[in-house]
Every structure is written in structure tokens, then in C-alpha cells.
Design a protein around this ligand. Structure first.
Ligand code: SAH
Length: 394
């Protein structure tokens, strides 16, 4: 096994159990390792600290599999880690009855670069690091064994793979896919397009927040911006919303939303209006039309993938929040989110506050929102906390 020697004084992060070893803290690699191979991490005096996956092309030069330097990293180790993560979901009372659940959430579940989402009998896996890519067979075998699923579909087409020198890999890796795939989320049936949808097909991270929307929606006029396949919209209808306008720029997402509407005959489709439009423009148009709402959801895509994009992203966040706040009736609620890793909760709150003060609106935070509990944040890995949200009442 090759040895990765850290520069003097650069062992603190590993000692704090942070799994990322950045290029700048690596002194040298002794011996030879191919991308994804396991290396023994040592401090500058040669003391073994951890075993990690080598990724020569990435700025994150290695990702720790185990902080026990004696632990051998093999097929059995990976399968055990997969089984442990799956068992944690099964043991969580909120998640126990759900058909759509994130089974493995990367670093926070001790499996850097591994995402696995279960939709009924289908598991979708996304591998984003050289180490995860190397152990594909063990990860898939572990998932099949731990879940008894009938199919595993791979969606390793995330852009971050490029940073690891990996190309896209997609397709069926185990079993047989059903002709169509739906899940029931809090009483609402939703189609999941694992091959063509965003991420692994669905935004599981917003499950609890969609449920909260349903609980706040009764009797209200609702505006759902960046609606994707209508998750928030349908929960709002289920919660008794008076009307729901949903906006997204993606035709295919809206086509799925229409099918989702049809999959739920218990909901009153005549209260729902779907608009294919750019949200920035649509919010201005609604203002010009003199429309007002009691509940507005803003769940935009990642404007700032990293801290380097934070400034431009901050302007975009401020813009939509400002436009949204102006469309609220007195007492109305803005549910606003950012899934940008580069923008922390504190900064996001400042952005929303400055949007409100710019338009002279008083507002207060009713709920601070985050990702669902199947997207845990490792205490040692605060970077895992990408999704943050605020429910503000004006
Ligand atoms: N709230 C959704 C997920 C939203 S994902 C859910 O719970 O499932 C972000 C969505 O924003 C995507 O569907 C994407 O098509 C859409 N989008 C991105 N930029 C947009 C823009 N400028 N105007 C309208 N929609 C946009």
C-alpha cells in the first residue's frame, strides 16, 4: 500500500476526523497508487492516521475510508459500511414508512463520494469520487443485499466527477427496471424518472419541508417557484390550498408534474395552474398583474456550487427573495431555500433580511429549515450542510 505523507502541522484536520485531504496538505506519496487505490495516511513523522482513497486529479487528493489505520479496505468493509448506513435509515421512525429514502449520504455516512437513494424497489446510486468509483461492485452488492431491491440504476453523471478525472457512467447495473416508477410521499403519489430526472430522479432532501408546506397551506393562495415535478404544489393542494400557481423553466419537469397531478385524483386539479417560465421574469409579471399570495415557495437550483461563486449567487438570491416578498399579502409566508454549498445559513439569512429591508417589509422567522433526516450532516463534516431554508412571515 502506498503511503501518503502529510506536511508537518497538516494532520489536524484528519485528527478531527474530517475525511478530506487537500492537495496543499500533502507532502508526498511514497510508492505507487492508481486513482481510487487505498493509501495509508501518515503524519510528517510517519505516524499512521487513516486509510483513504487516492485521487490524484482532484484538489481533494484523498478521502478517508477509515480513521483506524489498521482497517483493511476491501469488498467486505465496503459492504459492511453500506449495510450500516441502510440499517440507520430503517431504524429512524420518521423514515421507516417512506418509499423514497436516501440510504447513503456520502461523507456523512462514512462513504465519501457515494450517494444511494431508494424509490420503492429501485435503488439509484451515484458515485462521485475515484474511491467510490473503484468500489462500484461492492457498493452495488451491498445495496442489493441490504435492501433486497429488484433493480439498481446508476446515475453517475454529476459534473463533480470531472474534478476527479472521471467520465459519466449511467445505466442499469443490477436487476430489472419496472416500466414506470412512482413513490408515495406523505399521501401524495409522485413519479420518479431515475434515468432522465434531476439528481437521482427526485429531490428527497425537501420531503419534510414539503410536508410543512402542506400543513401551512390550508385556505391560502400559493405560489411555488422552481416547482420541478410539483412536489411542493401537490403537498399544498393536499393541505387544502385555495389555489396553487407553479412555475418552472423545464418543459419535461412540468410534463411530469402534469402526470403527477393525474396520479392524485384525490386532489382538486382545477385549483392548480402550471406555468413554463423563467422565475425571475415571471415574478415581475405577477407583480405587474397585481397578483398577491399568502404562501410563496422559492426553491431555486444551486446558484453557488462553491464559495467562489458566492457573490454572484448572493445577488440572484436577493433578487428572487425581494421579488417574492413584494407579492405577499400581509401575514403571508415566504418559504425560501438555498442548496448552495458556497452560501452558509448565516449568509443566507442576511441576504433575505437585506431583500426585506430594501423593499421596506418587516418579517420574522417562523421556521429554520434544513434537509430531511436521511441527509444527515456529519459533525466533523459541516460542508455536508448544503440545504438551508427560512419560513418568514411578513
Ligand atoms: N422544489 C422542487 C425542486 C426544485 S429544483 C422539488 O421539491 O422537487 C430547481 C428547479 O428549478 C428545476 O426544476 C429547474 O428546472 C428549475 N429552474 C432553474 N432555473 C430556473 C429559472 N430561471 N426559472 C424557472 N425555473 C428554473
Amino acid at each position: 500500500m502506498a503511503e501518503l505523507i502529510l506536511k508537518s502541522g497538516n494532520d489536524r484536520s484528519v485528527l478531527r476526523r474530517h475525511p478530506w485531504i487537500f492537495a496543499g496538505s500533502v507532502d508526498r506519496l511514497e510508492g505507487r497508487a492508481r486513482p481510487g487505490d487505498t493509501v495509508l495516511v501518515q503524519d510528517s513523522r510517519g505516524k499512521p492516521l487513516a486509510r483513504a482513497a487516492w485521487s490524484p486529479e482532484s484538489q481533494i487528493r484523498a478521502r478517508v475510508w477509515s480513521f483506524d489505520p489498521e482497517q483493511s479496505i476491501d469488498h467486505a468493509f465496503i459492504k459492511r459500511a453500506v449495510a450500516t448506513s441502510v440499517a440507520r435509515r430503517a431504524a429512524h421512525p420518521w423514515l421507516a414508512g417512506q418509499e423514497g429514502v436516501r440510504l447513503i449520504h456520502g461523507e456523512s455516512d462514512g462513504l465519501p463520494g457515494v450517494i444511494a437513494d431508494r424509490y420503492g424497489a429501485v435503488v439509484v446510486v451515484q458515485l462521485t469520487s475515484a474511491g467510490a468509483d473503484k468500489w462500484r461492485d461492492a457498493i452495488v452488492a451491498g445495496l442489493v443485499q441490504a435492501t433486497g431491491c429488484s433493480a439498481v440504476y446508476e446515475r453517475s453523471d454529476s459534473d463533480v466527477r470531472k474534478l476527479e478525472g472521471l467520465g459519466p457512467v449511467t445505466g442499469l447495473v443490477y436487476g430489472e427496471m419496472p416500466e414506470s416508477l412512482t413513490i408515495v410521499e406523505n399521501g401524495v403519489r409522485m413519479e420518479v424518472d431515475v434515468a432522465g430526472g434531476h439528481k437521482t430522479g427526485f429531490y428527497l432532501d425537501q420531503r419534510e419541508n414539503r410536508q410543512l408546506t402542506g400543513r401551512l397551506a390550508a385556505g391560502r393562495d400559493v405560489l411555488n417557484c422552481f416547482c420541478y415535478t410539483g412536489g411542493f404544489s401537490l403537498q399544498a393542494l393536499a393541505g387544502g390550498a385555495k389555489s396553487v400557481i407553479s412555475i418552472d423553466s423545464s418543459g419535461p419537469a412540468l410534463a411530469t408534474a402534469a402526470r403527477n397531478m393525474a396520479l392524485n385524483p384525490q386532489l382538486d386539479a382545477s385549483r392548480a395552474e402550471w406555468r413554463e417560465d423563467d422565475v425571475f421574469q415571471a415574478l415581475r409579471n405577477l407583480k405587474a398583474e397585481g397578483r398577491k399570495f399568502d404562501l410563496i415557495i422559492l426553491d431555486p437550483p444551486k446558484f453557488a456550487p462553491s464559495a467562489a461563486h458566492a457573490e454572484r449567487a448572493a445577488r440572484a438570491y436577493k433578487d428572487i427573495n425581494l421579488l417574492g416578498l413584494r407579492l405577499l399579502n400581509p401575514g403571508g409566508i415566504l418559504m425560501t431555500y438555498s442548496c448552495s454549498g458556497g452560501i452558509g445559513l448565516e449568509m443566507f439569512q442576511k441576504i433575505v433580511a437585506s431583500a426585506a429591508s430594501d423593499v421596506g417589509i418587516d418579517a420574522r422567522i417562523l421556521h429554520r429549515l434544513s434537509a430531511a433526516p436521511d441527509h444527515p450532516v456529519g459533525l466533523a463534516v459541516p460542508e455536508g450542510e448544503y440545504l438551508k431554508g427560512l419560513a418568514c412571515q411578513v
